[in-house]
Write a protein that binds this ligand. Structure first.
Ligand SMILES: Cc1ncc(C[n+]2csc(CCOP(=O)(O)OP(=O)(O)O)c2C)c(N)n1
Ligand code: SF4
Length: 290
């Protein structure tokens, strides 16, 4: 196991005290340490939102894109550098709302990236508007009479589109969450970890207490088989008195997108040696840059 201090960033999180994003950050670091992934071997790509600040708070490669675009940038980075562990970090608004289209296509491509969704069921950074995962009837700053639309079910959506790894964690259980992140990082293909993340300011419904009374670990159910799509489908719809966390579904042996691209057989462009420049090319490049 590597030392957790390796991942310590110089930047101090600006999250509200008690925010569920702290548990996610700690669990991510733990998973990297457990798998002995060094900071230079991993890239975090995020969008815009409270949770999307995560790359700033971890000592590793990081890139912040625009709202909703973490997944395409993460996929591009993985194709350029297949040897890198690439982790896309999005909020529920970022990943399932404005980035919802990318979510579907990342799933069906099965590029080997890990997608962490900090799912607080609300827009945090922009002050509490309802999000795609907010329950019908959820009262927010923009819906004082309650959200009219029904919520998106990200786990069912992922399963229905052929995702090869679908998990749900809870940021109030960081040890369990770290094991989910580690399994997702090891999975060859697109791996979704939807994380129940309390927003202690704008979501007074889905609190730590709310989840602590309801969540249960799937692996403690001896009858549960995460390789059975029908069982996964059924648990993906369980939300109420009991909420499952753990690996809902994993399918092995499905080739990743990058394994099927002949041009990547020699490695990604970022891994190939640069062909030497002629003097004229060098001069032209310098003239362009200087
Ligand atoms: C193209 C674009 N549309 C809208 C916004 C405004 N915006 C920034 S963050 C955000 C929502 C963030 O919510 P979520 O992704 O759930 O993350 P959280 O802040 O809850 O972690 C919105 C609407 C933006 N920055 N760019
Ligand atoms: S507004 Fe909510 S999600 Fe954003 S930092 Fe505060 S508690 Fe966390």
């Amino acid at each position: 196991m590597l030392d957790l201090k390796l991942y310590k960033s110089e930047n101090k999180p600006t999250w509200c005290p008690g925010c569920g994003d702290f548990g996610i950050l700690n669990a991510v670091k733990q998973a990297l340490a457990d798998l002995e992934i060094w900071p230079h071997e991993v890239l975090f790509v995020s969008g815009i939102g409270c949770g999307s600040k995560l790359p700033d708070y971890i000592n590793a490669n990081g890139f912040t894109t625009v709202h909703g675009r973490a997944l395409p940038v993460a996929q591009g980075a993985k194709l350029a550098h297949p040897g890198l562990h690439v982790v896309a970090v999005t909020g529920d608004g970022d990943g399932y709302g404005i980035g919802g289209n990318h979510f579907l296509h990342a799933i069906r491509r099965n590029i080997d990236i890990t997608h962490i969704v900090e799912d607080n069921l609300v827009y945090g950074l922009t002050k509490g508007q309802y999000s795609p995962t907010s329950a019908k009837g959820f009262v927010s700053s923009t819906t004082p009479e309650g959200a009219i639309e029904r919520a998106v079910n990200p786990l069912a959506l992922a399963l229905a589109n052929g995702a090869t790894f679908v998990a749900r964690g809870f940021s109030g259980d960081p040890k369990h969450l770290a094991s989910l992140f580690a399994q997702a990082l090891k999975h060859p293909g697109y791996a979704l970890v939807d994380v129940l993340q309390p927003c202690v300011i704008y979501n007074r419904l889905n609190t730590y207490d709310f989840y602590e009374q309801r969540v249960y670990r799937l692996e403690e159910d001896a009858n549960y088989d995460p390789h059975d799509p029908e069982q996964a489908w059924q648990r993906a719809h369980e939300w109420g008195e009991r909420i499952p966390i753990g690996v809902l579904y994993q399918e092995s042996g499905v080739p990743t997108y990058e394994e099927q691209v002949p041009a990547l057989a020699q490695g990604g462009p970022a891994q190939r040696p640069m062909p030497p420049l002629t003097e004229a090319e060098r001069e032209a490049l310098l003239a362009e840059l200087v």
